[in-house]
Design a protein around this ligand. Structure first.
Ligand code: UDX
Length: 457
């Protein structure tokens, strides 16, 4: 709905080309659009979003920004992002300069670009904003607690040069970062230390942005948000969970298989374990087989997403078809990609075995679905610890993926008394989070302040 009686300003959004980053950025776009702003999405060619799903937005694809790096392992993410930034930098400037110039020459105040909001990963945007004299705002798509952990670690690495304790103290708690253990820290930082420090220092050398937006809410991460605000010179807006504030359009990069909803309709309430390891994680054939046996042996119905190409050495689940077809057909439904928010909202789903990506974590919390946490990399270890130890709405599935452990975890969550208690807490947390997004709630207030800031540019 357009807001009456005020000039319409345009906001330029620069998402990072990964599903877990595109979703919150386009959700933010919908939120701003319904508050009277025009939206232009400037994106790289890799994983480009689908304009047809967002007919109200304009889309500008940056030419020649496909990268020669392939993402077949999750530790390739940091070098990939580094190359992507280098490629996009010049193109972004060319792309925006003409538009800005034209609108300034015409003296147009309506539809003028008010600001650029970029994913913190796409830090090349900051320089263009500065060159073109446009205000900029950063969107952080991960949790506030993960950001704090990351900045504490980078600081430690900068001052000490290395972290010698990591290997042999992996189960110890990290001082000042309760409930995190050394093993929960974002390990990709260590694997790609040089590249990461380069990205972090390039981003922080350019401190001209006006604000930072987090896709979170004070009722989940109040103390982390307060600490970030203390460290930061600019306002922090916590506007989340964005998918609950935005209109419901999908920004899926893969085709959603809706047939799973009809399958869920046939299952009884809270009986199904939904399994997905997100959009970036990979597994090997052995892990796939262990997961299949663990799910079958749990005797509970399961809906399992196996993303095509996510199993090393296999196209999809052909390895399973040979040995388990009958067992799986009886109890399980395996698909390539689902409409996840609808799945989590379905009454039949009683638990989510998840990689604990931040979007999945928020989506599960918002539907009151307790989790089995199986973090794979990056921020997921931190999110998993918060789910299990701070909000207490999930249990951890640790170390090697093994059928007996999976079976036990599923039964603990779906059958045992412990799981029922967890589900009660999850429903309670859902209600608390919902209040934050309503009129007068913290996310709603934060959104109003953000809109005021953009209008003042
Ligand atoms: C990674 C990081 O772990 C995450 O924390 C970061 O903020 C983004 O990148 P990813 O593997 O993409 O995460 O997981 P997640 O953040 O949960 O995002 C996945 C998104 O894909 C979710 O919004 C989920 O609803 C969607 N999804 C997943 C589907 O729509 N269908 C599916 O079948 C699986």
């Amino acid at each position: 709905m357009e807001k009456e009686g005020r000039r319409r300003l345009r906001v330029v959004l620069v998402p990072a080309p990964f599903q877990g980053h595109i979703n919150p950025m386009l959700q933010l776009g919908s939120i701003l659009h319904s508050n009277g702003f025009s939206i232009t999405v400037v994106h790289a060619q890799y994983n480009s979003p689908k304009p047809s799903s967002h007919p109200d937005f304009s889309f500008l694809s940056l030419p020649d920004t496909s990268t020669d790096r392939k993402m077949s392992r999750d530790d390739e993410l940091v070098p990939f992002v580094s190359q992507l930034n280098a490629k996009c930098k010049a193109r972004f400037r060319e792309c925006l300069a003409d538009q800005v110039m034209m609108s300034r020459q015409q003296g147009k105040t309506d539809d003028a670009i008010a600001c650029i909001i970029y994913d913190e990963v796409m830090h090349f945007s900051e320089e263009t904003a500065k060159d073109l004299n446009l205000p900029s705002i950063i969107l952080r798509t991960g949790s506030a607690s993960h950001f704090l952990t990351r900045s504490a670690l980078v600081q430690l690495i900068k001052t000490e040069g290395h972290l010698p304790f990591l290997e042999f103290r992996s189960h110890d708690l990290v001082p000042e970062l309760y409930p995190l253990r050394f093993k929960d820290l974002p390990h990709s930082i260590f694997k790609n230390l040089d590249k990461l420090l380069q990205i972090v220092s390039e981003a922080s050398d350019n401190k001209t942005y006006s604000a930072i937006i987090h896709n979170t809410t004070a009722c989940l991460e109040n103390s982390s948000l307060a600490k970030i605000q203390q460290q930061c010179q600019v306002p922090i807006f916590s506007i989340g969970p964005m998918h609950k504030i935005a209109s419901a359009s999908s920004s899926s990069l893969w085709e959603e298989d809706n047939s799973c909803l009809a399958w869920l309709d046939k299952q009884s309430c809270n009986s199904v374990i939904y399994v997905s390891l997100g959009s970036l994680a990979f597994m090997d054939a052995k892990e796939l087989v262990e997961m299949a046996w663990g799910l079958v042996n749990s005797q509970q119905p399961f809906l399992w997403v196996v993303r095509p190409g996510s199993v090393h050495g296999a196209e999809w689940i052909e390895i399973l078809a040979k040995c388990f077809k009958e067992n799986i057909d009886e109890r399980g439904y395996i698909v390539k990609w689902v409409p996840q928010k609808k799945v989590l909202a379905h009454d039949a789903v009683g638990g989510f075995l998840s990689n604990c990506g931040w979007n999945s974590t928020l989506e599960s919390i918002c539907e009151g679905v307790p989790m089995i946490c199986r973090p794979c990399f990056g921020d997921q270890g931190v999110n998993a610890r918060y789910v299990s130890h701070i909000w207490k709405v999930g249990l951890e599935l640790e170390s090697e993926l093994e059928r007996g452990k999976i079976e036990k975890a599923v039964r603990r969550l779906l059958v045992d008394e412990e799981g029922k208690e967890m589900r009660k807490r999850a429903k309670n947390l859902k209600d608390i989070v919902e209040l934050c997004t309503r009129e007068g709630g913290s996310s709603n207030n934060s959104l109003k302040e953000l809109i005021e800031m953009i209008m003042s540019f």
